[in-house]
Design a protein around this ligand. Sequence first.
Ligand code: DC
Length: 243
Amino acid sequence: MSGGSGGAPRPGAGGGEEGPAQPRPAGAAGRSRSLVIAVDGPAAAGKGTLARRLAEALGLPHLDTGLLYRAVGRRVLDRGADPRDAVLAEAEARSLTEDDLRRPDLRGPEADMAASAVAAIPAVRAALLDWQRSFARDRGAVMDGRDIGTVVFPDATVKLYVDAAPEERARRRLLELRARGVAADPGQVLSEVLARDAQDRNRATAPLRPAADAVVLDTTSLDADAAFARALAIVRERLAGAA
Ligand code: DC
């Protein structure tokens, strides 16, 4: 696994080497001419699964950018510090390692809120920006997050904004937690989803919002297969239009 710019770590890439969508040579920072599919949206909208499946279908690497913020949040919590501590969080973001991204404790309510808190710190976002861009530079990528289409890759080839009603997202989150053996209260999960939405949408730097040229995909009444089929059709249509 090669490192990103500035000695930053680089997580494992999903997807195969071959596929219908071969990336082209890279351009300047944030201006990749490689094939980049941005999958943004709020917590528990299903964008992670969708992005992974798109990457597989298109033969592209996949990066779940939320993992970066989760790992930074965890490292701050490890120090017994407040994830809103900007100086410490930036230092942790700059010294993130690949191993941090494989920690088993990156999911769960505490990690969720810590990730959302460090993600509101501009210096943390700046520290992770080149890293994310370098991930896609050579081979392109499917990247899921909150600001891929608005900030990280404003010129992404295709931008999807995956959304769903908060109650449905809370229901999915609850199922996911229970599947991992975590006891959770439905009301509590819904308030956490809403709190995270508010924090991600109202922050000053790179707030969660659809890019002007994003295709919004509402998955409230779609299961994972239907959402994937719809997303793949949108991507293929856009690629055909761009050819
Ligand atoms: O996608 P996720 O739930 O794993 O993301 C965890 C937190 O990280 C989320 O609350 C907001 C933040 N995040 C972000 O600000 N920008 C990204 N590109 C990805 C995640």
